[in-house]
Design a protein around this ligand. Structure first.
Ligand SMILES: [Zn+2]
Ligand SMILES: [Zn+2]
Length: 134
C-alpha cells in the first residue's frame, strides 16, 4: 500500500493517506461542485483514515447526514470527503503532492445526470446516475 502526502494551498494543513488504487471517481453532484467551486470532485478512495501532520486550520463541514467535508479555514482548499455510512475517506486528486499522475486514470463518474452540460471529461468512464444510489 502506497502512502501519499497531501497539503492545502497555504500549507497550514498537511496529512498522509493510503490510497486503495490510482483510480479517480468523479462526483458531479451539486454539493461537490459547490464545495470544489469547479467541475465536480475528483475523488480517490483511501484505505483507513487520514494521518494529520499539520491541522491548525482544519474545519469539518457536515454537508449531510452521510457526508462530512474537510477544508482549510485559511486558504479554502477542499481536502477530503468523509462518507459516514461506510467510514471511508475520499481525497480530491489535486491535494496530493506526490501523486504519480502518469499512473492515474479516471474510471468512473457518479451523479452523471447532475452534471451541467457546459463541461465533459474525455475518455471512457463508467457512468452512474442518481438513481443508482437509491
Ligand atoms: Zn490552507
Ligand atoms: Zn458529490
Amino acid at each position: 500500500m502506497n502512502t501519499y502526502h497531501c497539503s492545502c494551498l497555504c500549507k497550514a494543513i498537511s496529512f498522509s493517506v493510503s490510497l486503495k488504487n490510482l483510480s479517480i471517481e468523479v462526483c458531479h453532484c451539486s454539493m461537490c461542485r459547490k464545495m470544489m467551486g469547479s467541475s465536480g470532485f475528483l475523488g480517490m478512495e483511501c484505505v483507513g483514515g487520514i494521518t494529520l501532520t499539520e491541522n491548525a486550520a482544519l474545519h469539518i463541514y457536515h454537508s449531510s447526514d452521510s457526508g462530512q467535508r474537510g477544508f482549510c479555514q485559511c486558504c479554502g482548499t477542499s481536502l477530503f470527503y468523509y462518507f459516514v455510512p461506510e467510514n471511508k475517506f475520499f481525497i480530491p486528486a489535486g491535494v496530493i503532492d506526490d501523486l504519480p499522475e502518469e499512473k492515474v486514470s479516471m474510471t468512473a463518474e457518479i451523479y452523471y445526470d447532475n452534471k451541467p452540460c457546459y463541461y465533459e471529461y474525455v475518455g471512457e468512464t463508467k457512468k452512474f446516475t442518481e438513481a443508482d444510489f437509491q
